[in-house]
Design a protein around this ligand. Structure first.
Ligand code: NDP
Length: 252
């Protein structure tokens, strides 16, 4: 029913977690997949193999999203190879601690560079191609933190709140070119990002209990809504923030 046959997708941060799950699911739905990773080469090659096993083409790029030149180089290489980018999933991100009163400039800068500025750079590089094509799908990965804030992670919450605002702004800005821009806002997800906190079984259980559906989702639980928003089934959806959090934060 959902088909991405003949489409090309760029996913940032495709080597692990949500990006990995989205790459495999979208390949299953028929899309060729290009993705970047920061340093985990082995994991990236495993994802490439999974995509190719499903009969799709795959390009994997080692590219630091904090560096604009590497973002532009990646987009240029995909367009040179495939001629187009139909779908863009802005997924890569970092989640770190920052206690106010002890502001660590490096941590703040990393979050702003990777979670926020890189998304401007990726979209700025991709959108001219989508405009030329006369269609495109952009799915940004936000967070419940961007909706309700997050103590000790205000820098992360601010970057994700910005993603939500950028989604709404770009939905209207790009609509004349038939480019849809939506956002998936996950709550807790069982990925490497949360390994540190989830290594405490009591904390993990308290998180599970706090979620009305009483389950901590796998990355695949987030990939499904991403696929939907990148498909023709969502053709009249733009500017939406879809909460994927088991009912734990019900505003957006
Ligand atoms: P992971 O930590 O599991 O994976 C992060 C991915 O991003 C990896 O592919 C990593 O590459 C890549 N990446 C990280 N930093 C950079 C960088 N500077 N340059 C290039 N690539 C980079 O993350 P998740 O799958 O958990 O998270 C994906 C998105 O979902 C993020 O935006 C996150 O904020 C959001 N999210 C996650 C939640 C969660 O609970 N996990 C909750 C809400 C939102 P490499 O493998 O090479 O390191």
């Amino acid at each position: 029913m959902i088909s991405l046959l003949g489409r090309t997708t760029l996913i940032t941060g495709g080597s692990r977690g949500i990006g990995r799950a989205a790459a495999i699911l979208m390949a299953e739905a028929g899309s060729d997949i290009a993705f970047n990773y920061a340093c985990r080469e082995k994991e990236a090659f495993e994802v490439k193999a999974e995509v190719e096993k499903r009969g799709r083409r795959c390009l994997a790029f080692k590219a630091q999203l904090a560096r604009e030149s590497e973002v532009r180089g990646t987009v240029d290489e995909i367009v040179r190879a495939w001629g187009r980018i139909d779908i863009l999933v802005n997924n890569a991100g970092v989640w770190t601690y920052l206690e106010m009163g002890h502001l660590d400039r490096e941590i703040l800068d990393e979050t702003v560079d990777v979670n926020l500025k890189s998304v401007f750079h990726v979209v700025d590089a991709v959108v001219p191609h989508m405009k030329k094509q006369g269609r495109g799908w952009i799915v940004n990965i936000g967070s419940t933190a961007g909706v309700r804030g997050e103590a000790l992670h205000s820098h992360y919450a601010a970057s994700k709140g910005a993603i939500h605002a950028m989604t709404k702004s770009w939905a209207v800005e790009f609509a004349p070119w038939n480019i849809r821009v939506n956002c998936v806002a996950p709550g807790w997800v069982d990925t490497d990002m949360c390994n540190g906190v989830f290594s405490d079984p009591a904390f993990r259980e308290s998180v599970r209990q706090s979620i009305p559906l009483k389950r901590i989702p796998a990355p695949e639980d987030i990939a499904g809504p991403i696929l939907f928003l990148a498909s023709d089934l969502a053709r009249h959806v733009t500017g939406a923030i879809i909460n994927v959090n088991g009912g734990s934060v019900l505003c957006g």
